[in-house]
Write a protein that binds this ligand. Structure first.
Ligand code: ADP
Length: 335
């Protein structure tokens, strides 16, 4: 049985439909990311689950209990927002203790709960600081502690790392994942960042225009895009029209072909490998650190090819003639 179950959830603002017929189930202890472009409805869906935005129809169940119309503070759901939403005139301790305002407890228990939540996010010793005495990453950890202090049944995180710089973002996402796994906390994490989604999640729900267009493990989403939208949103896929694909590979397919940039091998011009191949010329070259990203003009169009940057020899100049090769099992037809 699912810990969180959503059936036929609808939400519109006036004539604008935000989402319709949303259905999913999340198991206890699972971390699911809602991934999708800006404006696709991720935040509204999350706020609807938290009870902050009323829905127009459908059902939300936690551990079998229908909470669709329950007040937010009764739901046992913790939420963390992109903007830390801390009280500037309250210390770290008081900000976290505020999470318990709706759940009065004797002073000793309250102190123990707050200390435990602060330890979880590794902020012991910061109790008496004010938010303006903390870095962005620390503020977000306070916000996380405030959500965790009530021991929520579900944790919802709405782009919690977007305002932070890349290094802090990476370390905090690892920390969130570790805490979530340690507490076996059923969690939904909203992001528009595919790397974040692929590295953190048990499963990814990919949203577009108010619909979940594909759900699966990061590996499934990355290697088996269900349609053109998923292929174009994830991993810089090359999309070949049926004509381009047929010209190169023969056959008479009607569907587009999706091809990952790292699934194409860049060989010397004179190479004649057993796999399907064709000649090309390097048009652009971009060094991304450990990866070199080439744009190669060939009969099938301008293809993106990623090569691991192992040595200076891997860096080929613009204008170099090459042979592109790809294994047939790397080709994926998409609707
Ligand atoms: P995301 O989180 O994926 O960026 P949102 O859930 O914030 O997307 O928004 C989805 C759509 O709903 C957008 O078109 C947005 O303009 C619209 N929307 C969100 N909140 C409101 C509101 N309070 N009133 C009217 N439209 C809204």
């Amino acid at each position: 049985m699912f810990h969180l179950e959503v059936n036929q959830l609808h939400k519109s603002y006036g004539d604008t439909k935000v989402f319709e017929g949303i259905e999913f189930g999340i198991r206890k202890g699972e971390l699911v990311t809602l991934l999708g472009p800006s404006g696709c409805g991720k935040s509204t869906l999350l706020r609807a689950l938290a009870g902050l935005t009323p829905v127009d129809g459908g059902q939300v169940r936690v551990a079998g209990e229908d909470i669709t119309w329950q007040a937010p503070q009764k739901r046992g759901i913790g939420m963390v927002f992109q903007s830390y939403a801390l009280f500037p005139n309250m210390t770290v301790w008081d900000n976290v203790a505020f999470g318990l305002k709706m759940k009065p407890q004797p002073g000793r228990e309250l102190a123990a709960s707050v200390q435990e939540a602060l330890s979880l996010v590794e902020l012991d010793g910061f109790e008496l600081r004010y938010p303006n005495e903390l870095s962005g990453g620390q503020r977000q950890r306070v916000a996380l502690a405030r959500a965790l202090v009530v021991r929520p049944r579900i944790l919802l995180l709405d782009e919690p790392l977007s305002a932070l710089d890349a290094r802090i973002r990476r370390s905090l996402r690892q920390q969130i994942r570790e805490i979530q796994q340690r507490l076996e906390l059923t969690t939904i994490f909203v992001t528009h960042d595919q790397e974040e989604a692929l590295t953190m999640s048990d499963r990814v729900f990919l949203m577009n225009k108010g619909e979940i267009v594909q759900s699966g493990t990061p590996e499934q989403i990355y290697t088996q895009p269900a349609n053109e939208f998923v292929a174009s949103f994830i991993g810089h896929y090359n999309l070949l029209s049926p004509e381009q694909a047929n010209r190169w590979l023969g056959g008479s397919r009607n569907a587009k072909l999706a091809l990952r940039p790292e699934a194409i091998a860049l060989l010397p011009q004179e190479a004649s490998p057993p796999e399907p191949h064709l000649p090309g010329v390097i048009r652009h070259q971009q060094l991304l650190g450990n990866i070199i990203r080439y744009q190669v003009a060939c009969e099938a169009g301008l293809l993106t090819v990623d090569v691991l940057n192992r040595s200076a020899r891997d860096l080929l100049p613009v204008g170099r003639a090459v042979t592109l090769a790809v294994a047939r099992d790397q080709l994926r037809e998409v609707a």
